[in-house]
Design a protein. Structure first.
Length: 290
């Protein structure tokens, strides 16, 4: 395993074209942790949150994932404050479909009028005329899928969104969705310690759909001292978090990990994972470690 220095290390992760035309570097940033406890309210250190976002782009991150429900809207507003006007290479992805009642409270709402309202609010809060990737945060079981995706299709036809994505779905749900609208991405829980979405990943690979694993380092569990990657990281000179992210990047060419943090120090550590080169032996060892 070698680590090659570079001023913008995220670009060493390679690129992927979401929807066939929206090119991003494959190591992105997830902005959920920029909010307060329970993904609710303002961060304890707003200045550091702004530094994290600006530093992410300086390091070559060109894909930032957020949602209207993070705060709510706190994350989107921070992104605008930190990065607007946006660089030409920067893609902001956001999501709608989960309403918030308080810290830790998430409720699916997929009524067409709600999704349209939230899209309009996200456009305003982010300062965008069109959202590059707009994801249905959860499928609402109380609303016909055709109604939910039908509204997103209308928003796409109006130019308010460019591509449609899904989150936490099964293969069957993706297939049903694709009969209604083109699907450019899927965002499911997936990491080295939790590979329950292998069938979804395989489907995405086979159909040219971006796969965005959330909690890519298991909310820090894979990076904790005394964790399962400690021995391997000591041997190879990379941190456990870097190994977990490098494994994801090696796992599939459609993979776009989005590690999140509220610390510039942790951000720099995470983005450096793009420079980690796993040998075949490294990859197989990691695959059987957890």
């Amino acid at each position: 395993m070698t680590i090659d220095a570079d001023a913008r290390p995220a670009k060493d992760a390679g690129t992927y074209r979401i929807g066939g035309d929206l090119q991003v570097n494959r190591l992105g940033y997830g902005a959920m942790q920029l909010t307060g406890p329970g993904v609710w309210g303002d961060p304890s250190d707003p200045a550091e949150a702004l530094r994290v976002l600006r530093r992410a782009h300086e390091l070559g991150v060109t894909f930032i994932d957020t949602a209207d429900s993070y705060g709510p809207f706190v994350s989107e507003l921070l992104i605008r404050r930190a990065l607007h006007p946006y660089a030409d290479d920067l893609v902001i992805a956001t999501k709608a479909g989960l309403a918030r009642g308080g810290p830790g409270d998430w409720r699916p709402v997929g009524r067409p009028e709600y999704l349209r309202q939230q899209c309009e609010l996200s456009l305003r809060h982010l300062g965008l005329e069109s959202i590059g990737l707009y994801q249905l945060h959860r499928i609402d079981p109380a609303v016909p899928l055709a109604d939910q995706l039908g509204e997103l299709t209308l928003l796409r036809q109006e130019g308010k969104i460019r591509h449609i994505g899904l989150s936490e779905v099964t293969v069957e749900q993706i297939e049903a969705a694709r009969r209604i609208a083109p699907i450019a991405s899927v965002q499911n829980l997936y990491n080295l310690a939790n590979r329950g979405a292998e069938d979804v990943l395989a489907y995405c690979e086979g159909n040219g759909i971006a796969f965005i694993p959330w909690f890519p380092i298991a909310t820090g569990d894979l990076a904790r001292p005394g964790g399962p990657l400690d021995d391997i990281s000591a041997e190879h000179g990379a941190t456990p978090a870097q190994l977990a992210l490098a494994w994801l990047l090696r796992r599939s060419p459609v993979m776009i990990p989005i590690p999140g943090t509220s610390s510039v120090t942790h951000l720099e550590e995470n983005v450096a994972a793009a420079r980690v080169r796993l040998t075949d032996t490294d990859y197989q060892t990691l695959s059987t470690t957890t």
